[in-house]
Design a protein around this ligand. Structure first.
Ligand SMILES: [Zn+2]
Length: 95
């Protein structure tokens, strides 16, 4: 079994060790593979849309869900930062 620090790239399937623990979880061994993955998703969506497999309404709904997830993550990050700032402000006031 792979260790916690080793990941499998979603694009090429190669094992890699993320170089940084900061930022979003690392799912790709390199930036090109992350970009290829997202471009592939867009191309598939465009093909499905052209073929009528999905509708523009479904695409819009999916965009809304993705945006809600992103906003949720951003709000969680802001509240973490705010909590850390108020802790350090209180700490500063105590001195
Ligand atoms: Zn890769």
């Amino acid at each position: 079994m792979a260790s916690l620090s080793t990941r499998t790239c979603l694009w090429c399937g190669e094992q890699f060790s993320p170089t940084s623990r900061r930022g979003p979880s690392k799912k790709f061994c390199k930036a090109q593979h992350r970009m290829a993955y997202w471009r592939g998703l867009v191309a598939v969506a465009a093909e499905f849309l052209a073929a009528g497999t999905i509708t523009t309404d479904e695409l819009r709904a999916a965009y809304g869900r993705a945006r809600a997830v992103k906003l949720g993550r951003t709000k969680a990050l802001y509240s973490t930062v705010r909590a850390a700032n108020s802790r350090s402000a209180r700490h500063g006031a105590d001195e």
